[in-house]
Ligand binder design. Structure first.
Ligand SMILES: Cc1cc2nc3c(=O)[nH]c(=O)nc-3n(C[C@H](O)[C@H](O)[C@H](O)COP(=O)(O)OP(=O)(O)OC[C@H]3O[C@@H](n4cnc5c(N)ncnc54)[C@H](O)[C@@H]3O)c2cc1C
Length: 442
């Protein structure tokens, strides 16, 4: 079998890439090992840049119709009281509306719904979109992709092979790249439960030693993420579900009914955060996107966004090569040039966000409270944080920023103008730098 671009893995990254390429007349073959939907929890938060990309793929309206808008993140510090409402001691609200873009919110969408929408869009370009479910990519043989569907082995020949297989990636192995991994002192329990209809804001509820993240989904559900010490899941399970009921109820009383919908520990998934980042995104005519290339700590909700953003840049590049009659492999370095530093930047932001909740001490909580309050009081810090996590731009934190956050310097009273902020939004030339090259001069 022959195709222009072979994509191993039909997750959000692989599908977004396939839709973009098929829509531009580049033939893609996606092989996905799963024959049906997965029930595993995965990322659900779509950041503003991802919404902008889904808009260019003409699937934004449908995605919005299936999502719950998050326009604000609330950080609530509380003191837990046994069998009673917690004492609220600090509330900080960070707003997506501080980002100077029409994509001024994020969206919670069930992971499999996002994949369904992308897959259906791909199928609309039937001539260029070949999706093979229940087909496992095994590795390369004689320069071709070797895949297994049921018991039959096939070889697929392509101009470019993209590894979008997620964390365990045969393409990454074939590329022989170096991977730097980092582990954490905490794990998460994650489970979706019912929520009251007026529970609509994204919320992080914390004590000195506890963290409960709450992200409303459509259909009056809420994705919950509860931090535990690494290696303690077994002990927590032994305490029984009432332990979880009590912890949730005392941290967020509005969910005390919803949490009781959990009737079996099987509904609760253990999430072990770790990060890695490959040293190279391409070799010859092989490239990696999404979790095959990097995994971020989930605290900043970036995992699936980075995958879709990788797909956007690589897809644009490969489509441009086709349109210009340029060999694909010759220009793959542009993909790495654009994406690697941005991913490194967000890996770092996610890591710092994780550290903020990693130390279970009162003195650490005091530092965190001050820093959060400063992020709200100082508009430049607020704008930088929201712009950076949105993926729409990059505005580095400076030493002065950190001194303000650490209360060494006073907060600035000046508001950041949209004009100033726009200097830090990614321009088309920054997203797709090869477009300025002229044919024959590359
Ligand atoms: C338990 C868990 C919880 C997470 N929670 C969050 C979160 O809250 N927020 C967030 O933003 N991110 C979260 N993530 C990360 C997020 O899901 C990923 O970053 C995102 O899905 C990456 O997309 P991807 O397309 O690169 O890989 P994946 O979504 O992993 O997709 C890879 C696809 O490739 C298929 N595949 C794998 N190997 C092969 C093969 N050999 N042949 C054929 N097909 C293959 C897989 O079946 C899968 O469908 C979580 C991840 C996990 C594992």
């Amino acid at each position: 079998m022959k195709t222009d671009v072979f994509i191993a893995g039909g997750g959000v990254g692989g599908l977004a890439l396939a839709v973009k390429l098929a829509s531009r007349g580049v033939h893609v073959t996606v092989v996905e090992q799963l024959a049906k939907k997965s029930s595993a929890y995965k990322g659900e938060l779509l950041q503003p840049k991802t919404l902008a990309i889904l808009d260019t793929l003409n699937v934004l309206a449908e995605t919005e119709a299936n999502g719950h808008v998050i326009d604000q993140l609330r950080f609530l510090e509380v003191e837990r009281q046994a069998h009673d409402h917690p004492n609220e001691i600090q509330l900080t609200e960070l707003n997506y509306s501080r980002v100077a873009s029409k994509y001024d919110h994020s969206l919670m969408v069930p992971h499999e719904t996002t994949k369904d929408i992308l897959r259906e869009k791909g199928a609309a370009y039937a001539e260029h979109f070949n999706y093979l479910a229940g087909t496992r990519f095994l590795g390369f043989e004689n320069g071709m992709a070797k895949v297994r569907q049921k018991k039959s082995i096939q070889y697929i020949e392509a101009d470019v092979y993209v590894g979008a297989e997620g964390r365990s990636s045969p393409t990454r192995e074939a590329m022989n790249v170096r991977v730097k991994r980092r582990d954490y002192n905490h794990h998460f329990l994650t489970v979706t439960i019912p929520r009251p209809s007026d529970f609509t804001k994204g919320k992080m509820v914390t004590t000195a030693d506890q963290f409960l993240g709450l992200f409303p989904l459509p259909d009056q559900q809420v994705r919950t993420v509860y931090l535990i010490k690494a290696g303690t899941f077994k002990q927590i399970k032994e305490r029984g579900l009432p332990y979880l009921y009590q912890a949730y109820s005392e941290l967020e009383p509005e969910l005390s009914e919803g949490v009781r919908a959990i009737q079996d520990w099987k509904a609760v998934q253990l999430m072990i955060p770790f990060t890695y980042h490959v040293d190279s995104y391409y070799r010859g005519n092989l490239a990696l996107i999404g979790d095959a290339a990097h995994t971020v700590h989930p605290m900043a909700g970036e995992g699936m966004n980075l995958a879709i953003q990788d797909a956007d840049v690589l897809g644009e590049l490969l489509a441009w090569c086709r349109e210009q009659g340029e060999p694909f492999h010759k220009h793959l370095h542009y993909y790495e040039d654009v994406r690697k530093p941005r991913v490194e930047f967000l890996l770092n932001i996610s890591h710092l966000s994780a550290l903020v909740y990693s130390l279970p001490y009162q003195w650490w909580r005091n530092i965190r409270r001050r820093a959060m309050q400063r992020m709200y009081d100082d508009d430049e810090l607020h704008v930088k944080q929201m712009l950076n996590i949105s993926g729409l731009g990059k505005w580095n934190f400076t030493l002065v920023d950190r001194a303000i956050q650490g209360s060494i310097l006073p907060a600035r009273s000046k508001k950041v103008s949209d004009r100033k902020q726009q200097q830090f939004l990614f321009s088309e030339a920054e997203d797709y730098p090869w477009r300025t090259l002229q044919k024959g001069k590359v």
